[in-house]
Ligand binder design. Structure first.
Ligand SMILES: *Cc1c(COP(=O)(O)O)cnc(C)c1O
Length: 403
């Protein structure tokens, strides 16, 4: 490997939130102050022994960490090549890696003396994880969600309400994620004193890409240690699915300075036509979205393009700025899996291992299966970011049982 990444996590991003030419904070004037406040508080609070100890205790006693690393023997045998290992983030409380950063954001809010967490949600996964954190810390929670998404993801709306969150329907524009972000920012601006905005991935203006990565690092730290304990070696290849890129950054951050290949897997949806996929790294160009610079699927005017994936947690036209930086550096490679490949992996992992994955995570499984065969030997570690309970009705009704 050409470059030394041993100090990458300490030196990147820089003080302004730049990952090379990506990241930063492109904000309306009213948001500059509140973002600065979050940044300053985070730098101070996240280093305090009280904060570190409390987060550690929450992870052990509430979230169920460490999550195991598991050798998927039957799936590996089917592929007939490299051994496939899964980091079981699906076993987190609430069923996905998102609670890793939501508990961190909730704890930061508590230390900052905030009373209310505000966020948007697309499919509802981030909303549910944040509503869980709010319930745990005794904070108010307000989740903005497009009316179209609310109808589509009704069970998550019910979960958020049961957890005590206020779900604000967003009825302008396309009534989906992009409008929900605008609505959540507006609500936050009304009262940045007592509320705090909590983002759902390694995206958004500085300091969010850094903060969310830091909270997700636990995934990679655990997995690296567990893998070495199990095999005496490091994996030859690691992989994860990429929506905004938080579960991927969580795993990848621990292996940047190791001699292993790193692959991010984006959704190719129904195919390469515009509007049929969300393969940002394959078809995007640098641009600005939601306050940061990164690769972006965009039209001629720089407006974010419509995107699609069978996995609603992956259909985002942007990607975390650190991914863009590490792609240009050549340290991480990006590829894609189609809806069809994702479904095949979804059924195979369920049948062969008794693990029903989230459709998002199944994209990484699909790539690992293909790569295992191609490699013929060695090992692959993949981040199984979530469980498939949320997808059961949709898959069974639309595609059946995979016979
Ligand atoms: C939200 C979600 C993702 C995508 O988010 P990233 O920030 O890219 O990790 C992936 N898997 C699951 C299970 C999710 O809920």
């Amino acid at each position: 490997m050409k470059k030394d990444y041993s100090s990458h996590l300490e030196t990147t991003p820089d003080a302004e939130g730049n990952f090379g030419e990506y990241g930063g904070a492109f904000l309306p004037p009213q948001l500059i102050g509140p973002m600065q406040e979050i940044h300053t508080a985070y730098l101070k609070i996240s280093k305090s022994a009280d904060f570190i100890n409390e987060l550690r205790s929450i992870r052990t006693h509430y979230q169920g960490r460490p999550t195991p690393t598991y050798h998927a023997k039957r799936l590996s045998e089917l592929c007939g090549g490299a051994s496939i290992y899964l980091k079981r983030e699906d076993l987190n409380h609430t069923g996905a890696h998102k609670l890793n950063h939501c508990m961190g954001e909730g704890l930061l809010a508590k230390y900052m003396g905030k009373k209310k967490l505000i966020a948007e949600t697309g499919a509802g996964q981030h909303g549910v994880a944040l509503a869980t954190a709010a319930a745990y810390f005794g904070l108010e929670c307000e989740i903005h969600m497009g009316e179209v998404d609310m109808a589509k993801e009704h069970p998550n709306v019910i979960r958020m309400k049961l957890l005590g969150a206020k779900v604000v329907p967003v009825s302008f524009g396309l009534k989906t994620l992009k409008e929900a972000v605008d609505s959540a920012f507006q609500a936050y601006l009304v009262d940045p004193e007592t509320s705090i905005y909590c983002i759902g991935s390694v995206v958004g203006p500085h300091p969010f890409p850094m903060m969310v990565r830091d909270f997700q690092r636990v995934v990679g730290i655990e997995a690296r240690e567990q893998f070495q304990e199990m095999t005496g070696n490091l994996p030859d290849l690691i992989t994860a699915c990429i929506g905004g890129g938080s579960n991927a950054m969580g795993l990848f951050s621990a292996f940047l300075n190791d001699p292993c290949e790193i692959w991010g897997v984006e959704p190719m949806g129904r195919g390469p036509n515009p509007g049929d996929h969300a393969a940002t790294m394959t078809y995007g160009m640098p641009g600005i979205i939601h306050g940061f610079k990164s690769y972006l699927l965009q039209d001629e005017k720089g407006e974010p393009s419509p995107v699609y994936s069978i996995a609603s947690g992956l259909d985002y036209p942007g990607v975390g700025p650190e991914h863009s930086y590490l792609k240009d550096e050549g340290r991480i490679q990006y590829t894609s899996a189609t809806d069809e490949e994702c479904l095949d992996a979804f059924y195979k992992l369920s049948r062969l291992e008794g693990i029903i994955p989230a459709l998002e995570s199944a994209h990484a499984v699909a790539f690992a299966m293909e790569k295992a065969k191609e490699m013929g030997t060695g090992s692959i570690l993949l981040n199984l970011s979530g469980r498939g309970d949320k997808d059961l009705d949709f898959v069974a009704d639309t595609y059946g049982f995979g016979d």
